[in-house]
Design a protein around this ligand. Structure first.
Ligand SMILES: [Cu+2]
Length: 136
């Protein structure tokens, strides 16, 4: 009986470690829901240089975008033409639709700015953060 109890404790510990990884560690998948006007969740963590699969669902009534900026840049107060050159990657999703696409994560670790490029949406609250962490 004592032997089984020991095994149970080990398994319990293992499952706690695994779930802890799932909560905070980098993942190669991003699942984001876009509404009028938020990203849910707002923060994502991915490993540098890896292929990332993004599934973006637009539950809003208008078109939305998931736009990742180059490191060290952001849209400032509002998104405009001057920001187009700072875009690292983006996906557009029509209302009621879902899109799955891939991109290669930046090789440089850091915090990357995320927003929606549709006029007025940044101001309404559509912003987020992509954290890129160095691989092992
Ligand atoms: Cu939007």
């Amino acid at each position: 009986m004592k032997k089984y109890l020991g095994l149970f404790v080990v398994l319990l510990g293992l499952s706690m470690v695994l779930s802890a990884c799932g909560a905070g560690g980098p993942t190669t998948t991003i699942n984001v829901t876009m509404t009028d006007f938020h990203f849910e969740p707002m923060e994502f963590t991915v490993p540098a240089g890896q292929t990332i699969t993004v599934t973006a669902a637009n539950n809003g009534a208008v078109e939305h975008e998931f736009v990742i900026f180059n490191l060290g840049t952001d849209a400032g107060e509002k998104f405009g033409d001057e920001d187009e050159g700072n875009i690292y990657w983006e996906v557009e999703v029509q209302p009621g639709q879902s899109a799955t696409e891939t991109f290669t994560a930046p090789t440089e670790p850091g915090e990357y700015y995320v927003t929606c490029g549709i006029e007025g949406h940044l101001e309404a609250g559509m912003n987020g953060k992509l954290t890129v962490v160095a691989g092992e």
